[in-house]
Design a protein around this ligand. Sequence first.
Ligand code: PNS
Length: 168
Amino acid sequence: MDTNTVICPGSFDPVTLGHIDIIKRATKMFDKVIVAVLVNMSKTPSFTIDERIAFLEEALSDVDNIEIVGFSGLLADYAKERGAKAVVKGLRAMSDFEYEFQMALTNKKLNPDLDTVFLTSDSQYMYLSSSMVKQVASLGGDISFFVPACIHAKVYERLKNNSNQKGK
Ligand code: PNS
């Protein structure tokens, strides 16, 4: 049987409620969702690949048709290897559009069978980003509105005294 498999890629450093909303909506639209966590980020991540995957697994433990994996190299190649027919990404504001459009077209050029599907961010998460979560936590602010409740304490503990994040 032909399974409609898609990929939700990202750094997830750390995962936010905005990411969870997009991933869960994708699981309702497609047979299987591969959440692909970028291993080799250009900037040093705050959380290791194992931590980023563990947070996603905890926050998505109630979802069946999902697989959470680390990936490195080109997303277009990884999608082909896994038989995924589309990349699913969330779009927050117009400011996301240019970069996301560039990535979508690059991926399409590298793998012509791969489409990108954009889901509009839920209005309550329009402003949310991992870097904003890191900055607020490092300055002692409340991040409970921004990250899943089950990982909130762990994320906060790690970030709250991390002066490296301040100002980033
Ligand atoms: O959460 P992010 O940082 O917006 O995710 C970016 C990601 C992981 C989707 C993007 O950096 C990516 O696909 N990286 C893999 C390398 C690649 O394929 N680059 C060429 C197309 S942009």
